[in-house]
Ligand binder design. Structure first.
Ligand SMILES: Nc1ncnc2c1ncn2[C@@H]1O[C@H](COP(=O)(O)OP(=O)(O)OP(=O)(O)O)[C@@H](O)[C@H]1O
Ligand SMILES: [Mg+2]
Length: 231
């Protein structure tokens, strides 16, 4: 169904985007891929549809969902929990679950009382365990600009994964301003942990008028859709 409000999860549901699909596929051979675009342009749909079509292992964390409106933060513990619970989808989960459970137990049940940096260490250990399974895994932080609200800086963790965890490919989605300038700004900043790392960019633009009309023709009708697709 072309006109659902949820992100698309398969290529058969995705309208157009052949060029971006190809670029994203080849970008997955790199260490760090950024999928940039304005809201509702189709970032999550592209990422999910391509990853599902390839049948590779991936973890998809929607960081916006973890944002706490009261504290205006993304608690590191939420990232930890989300990561841990999404690992059970991995094809080699049975092989790593013992190690993951040990890491979890070592942090203890009163984890919320621990300092954020202890939990961040827990995240690093989980990623190390995933990496050492010897299978390639794509780790997606959807709307990654929200990581700038995390209660502990996650840039050092991403830099660590980039440099040492060679079986993990990082994919970050977000708006160009939010992601590149606010969160990753460090890629061009010599004082940042991520300085100088190469990143592969896929930029999604809104469809032009012609493609938008074609989209409507194939999917049904609805003027609201035409509005955002033309952008
Ligand atoms: N190429 C496409 N073909 C069909 N539907 C699409 C396409 N791209 C986006 N959509 C639809 O548009 C809406 C927004 O898509 P999606 O959630 O993937 O965008 P996004 O850029 O991740 O948005 P957000 O900023 O809200 O996270 C969804 O309803 C999705 O199904
Ligand atoms: Mg999205």
């Amino acid at each position: 169904m072309l006109f659902s409000t949820e992100p698309k999860t398969s290529l058969s549901e995705l309208f157009d985007r052949e060029v971006e699909i190809e670029r994203f596929r080849s970008g997955l051979n790199e260490r760090l891929v950024l999928v940039l675009g304005i809201r509702r342009v189709g970032k999550s749909s592209l990422v999910l549809s391509v990853l599902n079509s390839l049948g590779i292992d991936y973890v998809f964390i929607d960081v916006r969902k973890l944002y706490d409106n009261v504290s205006r933060k993304v608690p590191t513990e939420r990232i930890y929990n989300e990561l841990k619970s999404s690992l059970s989808r991995l094809s080699f989960w049975e092989r790593i679950k013992g190690v993951i459970n040990e890491i979890d137990v070592s942090l203890g049940p009163i984890r919320f009382r621990l300092g954020s940096s202890r939990i961040r260490d827990g995240i690093a250990k989980i990623l190390e365990a995933v990496n050492s399974a010897g299978r390639r895994v794509v780790l997606v932080f959807d709307e990654a600009q929200y990581l700038r609200y995390s209660t502990t800086g996650l840039r050092p963790l991403l830099a660590y994964a980039y440099d040492y965890l060679r079986n993990i490919t990082l994919v970050l989605t977000g708006s160009e301003v939010g992601l590149l300038h606010d969160f990753l700004g460090g890629l061009d900043d010599p004082s940042s942990e991520l300085y100088g790392r190469y990143y592969f960019v896929i930029e999604l633009k809104p469809f032009n008028r012609e493609r938008s009309i074609e989209f409507l023709r194939r999917g049904g009708s609805g003027s609201w859709t035409l509005t955002w697709m033309i952008g």
